[in-house]
Design a protein around this ligand. Structure first.
Ligand code: MN
Ligand code: MN
Length: 465
């Protein structure tokens, strides 16, 4: 090997030197990554909706010693509990040795994902086919959701107070559902539409059956037959749809991607790919100095509003209950707290490089992405982390030898987006976004790198421990 020149040495010292994390990776680490990601794939498969992900997370946490919060119990260092919010948002807490007034370590991810919700009155028959009317949830490219198998998940809440779970289309012996699209032969007019209008909102109708009710006479017999099946299976009538939450999601399972199996393709990486690392990290820490809270939240994809979103007071209540239990002031605790808003960013896609500014784009296999700000049009709608806090985070990452990079959500003025960071920042907490880069974000089948998932998990652990 030839000696490094003076300029090479100086470049190493002065320039940013990030490299692909899979270069020179050893077999032991690869094995660790793969093991972690098998658990993640299972979490994805079991939790396709916010309710299911919350339930799965609680099941995992209970095994790690978490119990439901008990107001009458006096908590001490090392105690683990969780606070459930309507089965859709859950906060997991590990009590620290220090007073909460010295600050908390909060990780926040969301467990809702873009999908196709049923309308309150969805069931109809047209041309002797039965269909559901839908209203999509979150930012989707509607045309991506047609002509592929869909599963139906959710609940019917009945007037008697009972809640009936629905989960159909995941088992290979289950039937599934589909949004039909027009054949190319007759798409002369459709193909002239812009991409955003290629499939319109009111065209996202889900095909659910075609057999008429026995051989009776009358109208709407296909609809009647479907209602008869639903009544038999779930004990519901058409009016029960009014108090239901039924969500259509892709019926596919998480799969390894690539000959080298270095990537995972799945529905719902955004943001379970950060929720799972945050959950696993808090399950593994034993007795942290500062109290750690991992919150897995609902409603991020529609702006975090509503009582299960992070724009509600839920997190504030969790912190206040904790502080009352410790006999300290919760506003002091919040103002001294630090948070990683664990959410995804867009990964550089070689096919669509144009939307990225290369110096500030996240790359697959370069580790966890720090996103200092999100927002749009001149940083509107974002909290923009302080220089001091970003310095704290990168020092922590470098000390632990964790692969990390920085990212921006595409070129300036080309679009934008938001996360829960600003809602937590509004409480006086220091927050920055950190998570996994994703390809095909918000598509029915998104792609992440296993290495990046693992480095994000290591980050969450390092932050909370
Ligand atoms: Mn997200
Ligand atoms: Mn999203």
């Amino acid at each position: 090997m030839s000696e490094k020149t003076a300029s090479q040495k100086l470049k190493e010292k002065l320039f940013i030197n990030k490299e692909n994390g899979l270069k020179n990776i050893d077999d032991k680490k690869l094995e660790e990554i793969n093991r972690f990601c098998e658990g993640y794939k299972q979490f994805l498969a079991e939790g396709k909706t916010e309710r299911e992900a919350a339930l799965t997370a609680k099941t995992i946490a209970k095994k790690a010693g978490f119990e439901p919060f008990d107001r009458n119990k006096k908590y001490k260092a090392g105690d683990k509990y969780f606070v459930d919010n309507r089965g859709k948002t859950v906060a997991f807490v590990v009590v620290g040795k220090k007073s909460a007034e010295e600050g908390l370590k909060i990780t926040a991810a969301h467990i809702d994902s873009p999908r196709i919700d049923l309308k309150p009155n969805p069931l109809y028959e047209d041309s002797e086919l039965a269909l559901f009317k839908t209203h999509y949830y979150g930012g989707i490219k509607k045309y991506q959701w047609t002509a592929m198998p869909l599963a139906l998940h959710g609940v019917f809440a009945k007037k008697d107070g009972s809640v009936i779970e629905v989960n159909i289309g995941e088992d290979e012996n289950d039937p599934c559902f589909v949004i039909t699209d027009l054949l190319p032969h007759l798409s002369q007019e459709q193909v002239k539409r812009t991409l955003s209008e290629a499939i319109k909102g009111e065209e996202l109708n889900i095909l659910i059956g075609s057999r008429p009710f026995k051989d009776d006479k009358g109208s709407e017999l296909v609809k009647l037959n479907i209602m008869a099946i639903l009544n038999e299976k779930y004990g519901v009538t058409e009016e029960d749809f009014l108090s239901a939450e039924l969500e259509c999601v892709p019926a596919a399972k998480p799969r390894d991607i690539g000959f080298d199996r270095s990537l995972i393709g799945s529905y719902g990486h955004d943001d379970r790919v950060c929720a799972y690392p945050a959950l696993m990290a808090i399950c593994e820490i034993e007795s942290p100095e500062q109290t750690a809270i991992a919150i897995l939240a609902d409603k991020e994809e529609v702006g975090s509003d509503g009582n299960t979103g992070l724009n509600s007071d839920f997190l504030r209540f969790v912190v206040r209950d904790l502080c009352e239990n410790m006999g300290v002031d919760y506003t002091v605790a919040l103002r001294n707290s630090k948070c990683l808003s664990a959410d995804v960013n867009a990964a550089l896609d070689p096919t669509f490089k144009d939307v990225m500014e290369p110096k500030n784009a996240a790359k697959i296999n370069y580790g966890a992405v720090i996103t200092k700000y999100t927002g749009a049009r001149g940083k509107s709608g974002t909290s923009d982390a302080s220089a001091e806090y970003v310095a704290y985070v990168r020092n922590m990452l470098d000390k632990a030898g964790i692969a990390w990079q920085t990212g921006e959500l595409g070129k300036v003025d080309l679009g934008g987006g938001g996360t829960v960071a600003m809602y937590i920042a509004n409480m006086g907490v220091d927050v920055v976004d950190l998570g996994v880069p994703v390809l095909s974000m918000h598509a029915p089948f998104e792609v992440v790198s296993k290495f990046d998932v693992f480095e994000t998990y290591r980050t969450m652990y390092e932050f909370c421990k």
